[in-house]
Design a protein around this ligand. Structure first.
Ligand SMILES: Cc1cc2nc3c(=O)[nH]c(=O)nc-3n(C[C@H](O)[C@H](O)[C@H](O)COP(=O)(O)OP(=O)(O)OC[C@H]3O[C@@H](n4cnc5c(N)ncnc54)[C@H](O)[C@@H]3O)c2cc1C
Length: 417
């Protein structure tokens, strides 16, 4: 049975996609999306890429055009976050003091930059990076080039921001705790690939290295003191050391938390009629039988769709093979699979890292569990990502020699359907 009305806390990709799905699935009741930010729902990937680089405008970040909400009778309460959830009374309270009953509630509150308690982190010129406003501000700072930029954090966001900063002609130094950037995510060989790419574009790495202090003068940042005692000059410092799921609402409401809001495969939380999706949800994944919290775009998109259907009582589960992508300089990378299953496995490579055109497959007990394609021709039929996803889903055994051999076309690798 459909609920009478649906409240969505969080006006991001997961929240807006859920609203869209509710209308596509024929839900006629009230939909209210409450957002902590004052912007219409937007997607974040361009913020550290084409939008930051000035190659795309704000229309490139809209989840749906702004007119969609009024046309589809969806109420947006922007800048009015939900401050309290009462699961027993089926009500939410908003920051403006008003409250409202709900038939179903979706928590799509996303994640927040992990804070780094460092002396000097409050200086002017030091920031974290998550929002459209952060991207606008950093773009203004970077655009003229010639500035000393220190990135603290060698994960995906730190690397993308380093690429954008150096593309504008700034002097970029990147500090990270890992021996190899992205080593924890994609292993040392492919992490080194990204390091070489950045070094070829002038980025300097201090790895493993951490910041002991951010130094300043007259309230403005002037440098970063590393744990080894090196003083790096800095006009701009960005702290990009990961995110934490924003579970404040759910925790205060007594929902079960474990690395995010714990849900079943249909994104139901431990409280009746409350669902969670996107970065904040740690959902049971049917493929592994384990909970998995993803911090990627596709998960928010697919999770929003599944939550929308599940709130209407449909039999929907989030069983997509996890996917994400990155663009840095002339490299476009896509990844599908389960990093936890691929951990410690050496990748099997088709193509060559030197040519910046390759596919890496990770296997576990003979089965493909993850795969990454870099600049792989779009003309490939089936595409590299389609092939990787099909191999993972089928759990079929594949010879490593066939995976790496360019003479074996992808359609020959595809499992029998
Ligand atoms: C700079 C950047 C670049 C990225 N690039 C990529 C990429 O290249 N590829 C990729 O796969 N993924 C990328 N991601 C990750 C991807 O953007 C996230 O996984 C996605 O945004 C998650 O969507 P979400 O809706 O769960 O959360 P969010 O987008 O974080 O939205 C949640 C919203 O809820 C709001 N909120 C919080 N609490 C409340 C409350 N109590 N009441 C109301 N509203 C609340 C927040 O302010 C926020 O606006 C990137 C992320 C960032 C930050």
């Amino acid at each position: 049975m459909s609920p009478e009305n649906i409240v969505i806390a969080g006006a991001g990709l997961a929240g807006a996609t859920a609203a869209r799905t509710l209308r596509t699935e024929g839900f006629h009741g009230d939909i209210i999306i409450a957002g902590a930010e004052s912007h219409h729902p937007y997607i974040r990937p361009p913020l550290s890429k084409e939008y930051l680089l000035g190659k795309a405008g704000e229309d490139a970040v809209e989840v749906v055009p702004e007119t969609w909400y009024t046309e589809n009778n969806v109420t947006l309460r922007l800048g009015v976050p939900v401050t309290e959830v009462d699961p027993a009374g089926h009500t939410v309270r908003y920051a403006d003091g008003t409250s409202e009953g709900y038939g179903a509630l979706l928590l799509a509150t996303g994640a927040l930059p992990r804070p780094l308690k460092l002396p000097g982190s409050g200086l002017d010129g030091v920031s974290t990076f998550r929002t459209l406003d952060d991207s606008r501000h950093l773009r203004e700072q970077l655009a003229d080039g010639g500035r000393n930029v220190v990135m603290i954090g060698s994960g995906w966001i730190g690397m993308e921001l380093a690429a954008a900063a150096s593309s504008y002609g700034n002097h970029v130094t990147l500090l990270g705790l890992e021996e190899v950037p992205l080593g924890g995510a994609i292993g040392p060989e492919l992490g080194r690939f990204f390091r070489t790419l950045h070094e070829g574009n002038g980025v300097r790495f201090v790895l493993p290295g951490s910041a002991r202090e951010i130094t300043g003068h007259a309230g403005k940042v002037t440098g970063v003191l590393t744990d080894s005692g090196e003083r790096l000059p800095a006009d701009i410092v960005v702290i990009a050391v990961g995110v934490v799921p924003d579970t404040a609402l759910a925790g205060a409401a007594g929902l079960e938390l474990r690395n995010g809001i714990l849900t079943d495969a249909s994104l139901r939380t431990s409280a009746p009629d409350i669902f969670a999706a996107g970065d904040v949800a740690n959902a049971l994944h049917p493929f592994t039988g384990e909970h998995y919290r993803s911090e990627h775009w596709a998960n928010a998109l697919n999770g929003g769709k599944v939550a929308g259907k599940a709130m209407l009582g449909q039999d929907a589960v989030l069983d997509a093979v996890p996917y994400f992508y990155t663009d840095q300089y002339d490299v476009s990378m896509e990844y599908s699979g389960f990093p936890s299953l691929a951990a410690d496995a050496a990748p099997v490579i088709r193509g060559s890292l030197e040519s910046k055109e390759f596919v890496a497959f990770w296997q576990r007990k003979g089965q493909v569990v993850a795969g990454m394609s870099v600049n792989w021709p779009k003309s490939s039929k089936p595409s590299a990502q389609k092939t990787i996803k099909a191999l993972i889903s089928a759990r079929s055994d594949v010879a490593a020699a066939a995976l790496s051999d360019p003479a074996v076309p992808f359609d020959q690798l595809m499992p029998e359907s």
